[in-house]
Design a binder for this molecule. Structure first.
Ligand SMILES: Nc1ncnc2c1ncn2[C@@H]1O[C@H](COP(=O)(O)OP(=O)(O)OP(=O)(O)O)[C@@H](O)[C@H]1O
Length: 605
């Protein structure tokens, strides 16, 4: 599904708000009403002032009932104003959280439908920042800033209209400097340069997010090698870039902002000379004096909404940039689903002359004319030097990426013609880097088959050789993993993921370095677990430990993205060449052990 593009900023935000718009409209209407009600106290002050000044020479003649009346109206206006503001705020908060929920669900649905390769290409820090921070900013904007923006703009408009209706010269003496102040500020904040600056700011923030996650993950290596944050160049550079950029960004804006602030804070000094000029012409015009006093009282009051409007206007750019980034994710192409889904008749995997590059068309090919068949009920092993393309082959089967040249079929059906659900249901993966959720061990295994019974979960765990160690944990299967729970060893984690795969019992099984973390004792257990798992399945196995794949039905030898040899272990050995060299190197390194003298030397260090 491709999202509609075109609108930007607030217009696009309202489009994303969907059916929550009426709530937002109500919030705007109520906020506007509250602004008019809040003006009533000012009008009341004006009338009270006028009455007092009119009878300044004889205060006993003041109409007390008139003053009390206006006092009541003023108080009533304030109470009702705050009440409407409160209800408006409720509406905007409800709308904001619903919109927030809607956008997050939409993003999650979309991210869930993206090809898995997207997550290799895009750092999780960046996606996390958009889904959390940028969406949170929208909540802040809709719940608080948007009603405030409407509120403030209406209040300012009402005050300015009132000013002009009272005295055009005073109003001009106030409004012209105000406009000049805005112009000084706006000239710095608008335009392509400022927008580019904001984009740079968001990019810098995203980069810090990405590199800080890497920094945290790399902490063990950083500590072990006695390094500091300076050694982790990327994080350090990103922080410096962010600092330099923030200083430059602030520098660019400060002149405009200082001019703006100075003008707005001294509005009364523009009115006073105009007032004195008129008063000197007609010294005993009481009505004129009242208006001047009213203006002098009103102008400090006007600075609050003016500053607020200025701050809120600057958030519009931030929202525009945030919405753009949300749209970038939504515009990302999801896995194309076939119009008519085909079901495979068997689970034979076949690569037909597949070439692939990570850089798309024109990029360097990491797989070149790869062709092979992995029959059901048989084990196909992929071996070869590091970087020869083994994992890429494995990842193309669940459509991490679609291949531009050649095709991949399962039971003669092109995988692009299978529904994603069918494709995913047909296979289980056990990777070298297992991902366990922050949940109980039981639920982590249950991921393999959410509808499984307790007995099925236990049976899978037993087959995966992890039942015993789980039972020994204080809370058994209910032990949470990660923070507040237990941390498993690499080998234990892998066995839990094998248990998942056993529970799923899919007809195709891909094992990418599934025993990489196992120690010799663990490896025996892992082998036992895997033997249970692979029965009657189409198995594709990648392993650097060549003993693991010695009994495979066929071994494909890869070199620089090409299959350079294929056969059984003994056949490949008899061919001599790369496989034999790899086997010799592997067996001699397995035989190697630290003797007594070496051990003494090592541990003496
Ligand atoms: N996400 C990616 N983006 C760009 N290039 C990649 C990506 N993943 C792998 N490569 C490149 O593709 C080539 C094949 O990588 P692949 O991981 O498939 O090799 P491998 O044989 O599995 O290596 P190893 O045994 O070290 O795991 C390598 O040159 C690697 O740098």
């Amino acid at each position: 599904m491709k999202e509609k593009k075109g609108k930007t900023g607030i217009a696009r935000l309202l489009e994303l708000a969907g059916e929550k718009k009426p709530l937002l409209a109500w919030s705007g209407i109520l906020s506007t009403i509250s602004v008019f009600l809040m003006l009533v106290p000012y009008i009341a002050v004006y009338h009270v002032l006028a009455e007092l000044l009119q009878h300044a020479a004889d205060l006993g003649a003041v109409d007390a009932a008139y003053i009390i009346n206006w006092g009541i109206w003023g108080a009533l206006g304030m109470v009702l104003g705050y009440s409407f503001m409160y209800i408006g705020g409720m509406c905007s908060h409800i709308a904001a959280f619903r919109i927030l929920y809607g956008i997050r669900v939409r993003l999650s649905d979309h991210i869930g439908a993206l090809p898995l390769g997207y997550f290799n290409k895009n750092a999780t820090g960046k996606i996390k920042k958009i889904v959390e921070l940028d969406v949170d900013r929208i909540e802040l904007f809709i719940a608080h800033q948007l009603p405030d923006l409407i509120n403030t703009a209406v209040m300012l408009a009402a005050i300015i209209i009132t000013m002009f209706s009272l005295n055009i010269w005073f109003a001009l003496a106030c409004v012209i400097p105000m406009l000049l102040g805005f112009a000084a500020q706006y000239s710095m904040m608008a335009g392509k340069k400022a927008k580019a600056g904001l984009k740079e700011y968001f990019d810098a923030l995203e980069n810090i997010n990405i590199s800080s996650i890497q920094y945290m993950r790399g902490m063990p290596s950083i500590k072990i090698f006695g390094q500091t944050v300076h050694s982790f160049r990327k994080f350090y550079d990103d922080m410096i870039k962010y600092r330099d950029f923030s200083v430059k960004y602030t520098d660019n804006f400060q002149n405009g902002y200082v001019a703006f602030k100075t003008i707005i804070l001294s509005l009364a000094t523009f009115i006073l000379p105009v007032g004195l000029f008129f008063i000197s012409a007609v010294p005993d015009n009481m009505a004129f004096a009242t208006t001047l006093m009213f203006f002098l009282i009103l102008t400090p009051g006007i600075t609050v909404p003016v500053f607020k409007l200025n701050t809120l206007a600057s958030t519009l750019n931030t929202i525009e940039e945030g919405v753009k980034r949300i749209d970038e994710i939504l515009a990302e192409k999801t896995i194309p689903e076939p119009e008519t889904c085909q079901k495979p008749s068997s689970y034979e995997i076949r690569f037909h002359d597949v070439s692939f590059s990570y850089g798309g068309q024109g990029g360097m090919e990491v797989l070149k004319h790869v062709g092979f068949t992995a029959p059901p009920g048989k084990i196909t092993a992929l071996v070869g030097p590091s970087g020869s393309g083994k994992s890429t082959i494995a990842q193309l089967i669940p459509r991490f990426w679609d291949v531009p040249k050649g095709r991949i079929t399962i039971g003669d059906v092109d995988i692009r013609n299978m529904s994603t659900n069918d494709l995913m249901a047909a296979m289980s993966f056990v990777f070298q880097d297992t991902f366990l959720f922050s949940d109980t061990l039981f639920n982590n295994i249950l991921v393999g088959k959410p509808a499984a019974t307790k007995e099925e979960v236990y049976a899978a765990a037993k087959a995966a050789q992890c039942h015993e160690f789980i039972e020994h944990l204080p809370q058994g299967y209910d032990t949470p993993i990660g923070e507040g729970g237990v941390y498993l060893s690499g080998g234990e984690e892998q066995r839990v993921s094998v248990a998942r795969a056993i529970l799923k019992n899919a007809p195709i099984l891909v094992l990418d370095e599934a025993t990489a973390y196992a120690d010799p004792e663990n490896e025996v257990q892992m082998q036992l677990a895997l033997q249970k798992l692979i029965q009657d399945k189409t198995v594709l196995i990648i392993a650097h430990r060549l003993t693991t794949i010695r009994d495979a039905n066929q071994i494909l030898l890869l070199k620089e993205g090409e299959i350079v040899d294929a056969g059984t272990h003994s056949e490949l050995l008899s061919h001599g060449g790369l496989y034999k060299r790899m086997w010799d190197a592997y067996t001699s390194s397995s035989d190697w052990q630290i003797d007594h003298v070496q051990a003494k030397e090592v541990f003496a260090c």
